[in-house]
Design a protein around this ligand. Structure first.
Ligand code: HEC
Length: 267
């Protein structure tokens, strides 16, 4: 799956890291602003909408009966409360793992097929999952992230995510916090978002799915975590795995109160 990192890094984009809020002292801020105003990711919203309402899969049904926590087909505000516990699957699910469940249970797709195609190759026209995740999240634009930890399993996921964020592991002995726990850190020209501040983590959770300039496609949080695992030389992060959902639960809860505005624009 190494090719998922997308070898198509367009040099123009490498100098336009779009991952931190514009600061007046930041020389890249102007470029970021220009890109954000003309975000190609917008095109994926329509694509996702079409996919959502289209009758698809072996059973030939749409996703309108899929319940993201606010009732079947009710998308407004749904992503702001994810991840959350779902009694039907008896699991805490993020948006993408919930979509997998619905595509399998309602539409009759094979789980391994959905997962294999979920992250598209760089430079492609993108996957169904990427478009659907963006469309659904865009229905919450302007709404505040509001993840709750009322259910015991939600609290356990949060705790696991917190543990994973700070734990050093693997051959390089890296923890997330080493790259994302300080202000103004960079790898090459890429800003490393400072996620242990409220402002930093809110910037993160409000802007995914995002258009990834270097890959010319919309990317999701599952991809982002997959890629950071790769950077840490950890075993490949399984798509929609509990590990990924634990980290997302931790980050989303930390970011509560941030106003959703997708698609984000990342370098
Ligand atoms: C070796 C350094 C490194 C480690 C360790 C690391 N990351 Fe990252 N992370 C990056 C880089 C580089 C980027 C992308 C910056 C860019 O493209 O502008 C990034 C981006 C991110 C983003 C997206 C930020 C945004 O722009 O919205 C998230 C979320 C993230 N990392 C989560 C994690 C988590 C969770 C872990 C631990 C499992 C982790 N990272 C470990 C280097 C790292």
């Amino acid at each position: 799956m190494r090719n998922l990192r997308g070898g198509l890094a367009a040099s123009a984009f490498l100098f336009l890291a779009v991952s931190v809020p514009a600061q007046t002292t930041d020389p890249l801020a102007v470029g970021r602003q220009m890109l954000a105003e003309d975000n190609p990711g917008e095109l994926w919203i329509e694509k996702g909408k079409t996919l959502f309402y289209e009758k698809r899969g072996p059973r030939g049904v749409s996703l309108e009966q899929c319940d993201f926590g606010r009732g079947p087909g009710k998308l407004e505000g749904a992503s702001t409360q994810l991840p959350r516990y779902f009694p039907d699957t008896d699991k805490v699910q993020d948006l993408e793992s919930r979509l997998v469940s619905c595509m399998v249970q309602l539409q009759g797709f094979k789980r391994e097929d959905v997962i294999r195609r979920a992250i598209s190759p760089g430079g492609s026209s993108g996957s169904d999952m990427e478009a659907l995740a963006l469309y659904i999240t865009s229905r919450s634009n302007g709404m505040k992230i509001n993840v709750s930890l009322n259910h015991q399993k939600e609290r356990e996921m949060y705790k696991a995510g917190e543990y994973l964020f700070f734990r050093r592991s693997g051959q390089t002995d890296f923890a997330c916090v080493q790259c994302h726990g300080d202000a103004n850190k960079r790898i090459r020209l890429q800003d490393l978002i400072h996620m242990t501040t409220k402002q930093g983590v809110q910037e993160v959770v409000s802007t995914w799915p995002a258009y990834r300039g270097a890959h010319y496609v919309v990317r999701t949080m599952q991809w982002r975590l997959y890629d950071c695992f790769w950077q840490m030389r950890l075993p490949e992060l399984a798509y929609a795995s509990d590990v990924s959902i634990a980290l997302t639960t931790y980050l989303q809860y930390q970011g509560n109160g941030a106003v959703t505005r997708v698609p984000g624009f990342k370098r």
